[in-house]
Design a protein around this ligand. Structure first.
Ligand SMILES: [Zn+2]
Length: 300
């Protein structure tokens, strides 16, 4: 059985003029209706829980920022609208019912149709359309529920600087990212960034150049760490690596994406695996990409 989370609350942040908008999750939810998914209700992350991955000061700032007159985080990319704090708290918190369902053995795989996305949100600040780091939150919550070692795989076309930042000196969470070099956030994501202290070797970046092909991308996944004995696999599923997306030059086809999802599922084996929505802004490409993901997850 494949778990799924979506809630209309995720439409209540941001602006319809921004590329990271509510139409993304609404369109994906339409696609999801065609699959035999087990739906789970939203859940909210408390400020205390969010402080397991972000500085308390930042969480408290986000809570008050809109009413204090702030309209964005760090720069104009990342909007703050009246309900942003609430929506972002639900995006992170809605990972909890999925982890709980994994722990009960109810489901083995899941897709989380949530926004705002999370992988650019660092310990000290959100950025790049991201407010709270949903996948980092899910990793910490999974550990609390007994999944001691967490594998994070990030195929968004951008480097997940936030996820890297949060787990950089941690050897219980292994972060593996493929992304386009010289794209946002520009100053992180090199192959030399391998983690530090106890975390050395547990941060794996595999950047690619312009016009990345299916073959080039899939070859990088040969470097997934087979030596890491993970208990759960979490995937930052950013569909902005697809050929028809405007914000990168990557040339990934739907066939290539299907291979990638299969490769990740093979790698996960019998351990639970969850795909969390990150980027992907061309609605036609996005919905077809998620459909392929759901086909592979449901094995239909
Ligand atoms: Zn992205």
């Amino acid at each position: 059985m494949v778990g799924y989370v979506y809630d209309p609350i995720f439409t209540e942040h941001g602006s319809d003029e921004h590329i990271e908008n509510r139409f993304r999750v609404e369109a994906i939810d339409q696609v999801a209706q065609n699959f035999p998914l087990r739906r789970y209700d939203r859940a909210r992350a408390s400020k205390e829980e969010l402080s397991t991955i972000h500085e308390k000061h930042y969480v408290e700032w986000v809570e008050k920022a809109y009413e204090e007159g702030y309209r964005f985080i760090l720069n104009e990319d990342t909007l703050l609208t009246p309900k942003s704090f609430e929506v972002a708290s639900y995006a992170a918190g809605s990972t909890k019912p999925i982890v709980d369902a994994f722990a009960r053995g109810e489901i083995q795989r899941a897709f989380l149709n949530i926004r705002p996305p999370g992988h650019h949100a660092e310990r000290r600040t959100g950025q790049g359309f991201c407010i709270f780091n949903n996948i980092a939150f899910m990793a910490r919550y999974a550990q609390k529920r007994g999944f001691a070692k967490v594998m994070i795989i990030d195929f968004d076309v951008h480097h997940g600087n936030g996820t890297q930042d949060i787990f950089y000196s941690d050897d219980t969470v292994c972060y593996f990212s493929t992304h386009e070099r010289n794209n946002y956030p520009y100053f992180t994501g090199s192959i030399e960034e391998i983690g530090e202290g106890r975390g050395e070797g547990y941060n794996i970046n595999r950047p690619y150049g312009e016009y990345c092909s299916d073959e080039e991308l899939l070859a990088l996944y040969e470097d997934l760490p087979k030596w890491f004995d993970f208990d759960i696999v979490l995937v930052s599923a950013g569909y902005d690596l697809m050929r028809d997306e405007a914000i990168s030059t990557a040339q990934i086809t739907f066939g290539g994406l299907r291979h990638l999802v299969r490769k990740i599922l093979d790698f996960a084996g019998d351990t639970p695996v969850a795909f969390l929505l990150e980027g992907g802004y061309n609605l036609t490409s996005l919905t077809q990409s998620v459909e392929i993901t759901l086909q592979e997850l449901c094995d239909v």
